[in-house]
Design a protein around this ligand. Structure first.
Ligand code: ADP
Ligand code: MG
Length: 469
């Protein structure tokens, strides 16, 4: 008999809102429920239709407030009430969609059917990509330690539509060229595909923008904006490791872009496996594409970069001096640049040549000289450690799980990480073909034990003393 549809407003829904607001904080209510609108209630079908400004709001509500929502809806509309969402005009794309949720308020089943897309995209506003103009491929010197990420980066820039490596996850220590490389990819994409929307953003800025959007009740706009990007570059993603709410927003953006074949490029100072505090579902997604490590620059690459920069700056430096710098400034390319800048400054101020004496002085003052450490090889570390613990070298390289062998093996990996410039992948390959995750885990185990076990700490200090004397 009651085959009518109520529209515009409904006292029962108003009541639901009041009940919800008395159960959550004002800020939460303003962010997540204030933008939800009543559309209609079909008495016969017991179907309540609500409008939400973006899929993100719907997903957030379902993930965090499902029980509360279900309880208040059942109280007002009866046990059998079903809920459907309409995603209303999103501010940036001007796209309106409708989404059905079946019996959302009465069961946790999450059938979502997209039953109509009425797209009438408005011309998107011009976007400043925030890319650094001089971080190009032309300025990015190639070497063994960066060959793979560089080649993959070039392939992506050629063909960003293909999304073969999606996401590209570039990781490596500080100053090895992550920011430069991902910028170069972005610049090349813009050059070859000017129609694409490319955006570079540091994870820190992303986090600040997200927090601001929560404060100003504009989370929808924040999410919607990021969902318009074709190539999204987020630098230093490890900074989101403890930011759970930002991770959730990023999760939704990631899914949207990935599903739509848009390219994501992420950098991190460590591989996903070592990103403690990052949600598992994000870590899984990071591994969907390609993990590419930028390793510590080899001496040859350091030398090539020095030569390149010296030539570019119009300097004159004798070859033995270049070799000396390349041999001793071995941690990062950023340090290498720092030393070169200091050398230039000294030579200009004192009106002198950049010679060996000046190079030695500057290096000692800026980065220190660690010749002994740099000269240590993993083979020497293995030999000394086996001798120290009276363990057979072959056992360490084997798969045996005997406790004393496991300990020695972990110590070798730890010391190799501390005293050589080898990547975790190379250390793992050397210690009996083990993966980099095992190396990271072993190093963490040793570090933890060093903190908690004084006797162990003294033993390792003794061993390190023997290694570096
Ligand atoms: P990261 O982001 O890994 O900390 P950056 O990308 O900021 O490192 O690099 C540090 C500095 O070293 C930058 O000035 C960058 O231009 C330079 N650099 C890094 N890799 C190279 C390279 N292969 N060739 C030339 N310069 C490089
Ligand atoms: Mg960086």
């Amino acid at each position: 008999m009651n085959n009518q549809t109520t529209t515009a407003t409904d006292p029962r829904w108003e009541h639901c809102l009041r009940m919800i607001s008395s159960n959550i904080s004002r800020e939460q209510f303003d962010t997540w429920f204030a933008p939800v609108g009543f559309v209609s209630y079909d008495e016969d079908g017991q179907m309540l239709t609500l409008s939400v400004p973006s899929p993100f709001i719907r997903e957030y509500i379902e993930e965090h407030y499902l029980r509360l929502l279900r309880a208040v809806l059942q109280q007002q509309y009866g046990q059998g009430v079903r809920l459907r969402y309409e995603v209303k005009v999103d501010a940036i794309n001007n796209i309106s969609t409708r989404e059905d949720g079946t019996a959302r308020s009465t069961s946790t089943s999450s059938v979502v059917r997209r039953d109509g897309v009425n797209a009438s995209p408005r011309a998107l506003q011009h976007l400043d990509s925030q890319l650094k103009a001089d971080y190009t491929f032309e300025n990015f010197v190639e070497g063994d330690s960066n060959k793979l990420p560089r080649t993959v980066g070039l392939a992506i820039a050629q063909n960003p539509h293909q999304a073969t490596f999606n996401p590209l996850f570039v990781y490596g220590g500080s100053g090895v060229g992550k920011t430069h490389l991902v910028n170069a990819i972005g610049l090349r994409v813009k050059e070859l595909h000017p129609e694409l929307r490319v955006l570079y953003v540091s994870a820190h800025l992303f986090q600040v923008q997200y927090t601001d959007s929560v404060r100003h009740n504009t989370v929808n706009d924040f999410i919607a904006f990021y969902q318009t990007i074709d190539v999204l570059i987020i630098d230093d993603i490890q900074e989101l490791a403890t930011m759970q709410k930002t991770q959730l927003a990023f999760f939704h953006i990631f899914n949207h872009l990935h599903q739509n074949g848009k390219q994501l490029i992420l950098t991190s100072d460590r591989p996903p496996v070592a990103l403690e505090g990052m949600e598992e579902r994000l870590l899984t997604r990071f591994k969907w594409g390609l993990l590419a490590e930028l390793e510590h620059p080899t001496q040859t690459l350091r030398r090539d970069i020095l030569c390149y920069k010296i030539r570019k700056d119009g300097l004159r430096v004798a070859t033995p001096v270049i070799d000396y710098i390349a041999a001793n400034v071995d941690k990062s390319i950023r340090d290498l640049e720092g030393v070169l800048t200091s050398l230039m400054a000294y030579s200009v101020v004192n009106n002198c040549e950049i010679d060996m004496a000046l190079a030695e002085r500057v290096i000692t003052r800026t980065v220190g000289v660690s010749k002994q450490h740099a000269a240590l090889t993993i083979d020497e570390i293995l030999m000394h450690t086996c001798h120290f613990f009276c363990i057979d070298r072959d056992d360490v390289l084997s798969s045996t799980r005997r406790a004393p062998v496991v300990q020695a093996r972990q110590v070798v990996m730890y010391l190799a990480q501390q005293h050589t410039r080898l990547s975790t992948t190379k250390i793992g390959a050397f210690i009996g073909k083990r993966g980099h995750a095992t190396v990271i885990h072993s190093c963490q185990a040793v570090t933890q034990r060093l903190q908690n076990d004084e006797a162990f700490r003294q033993r390792i200090a003794e061993l390190e003393g023997l290694l570096t004397q």
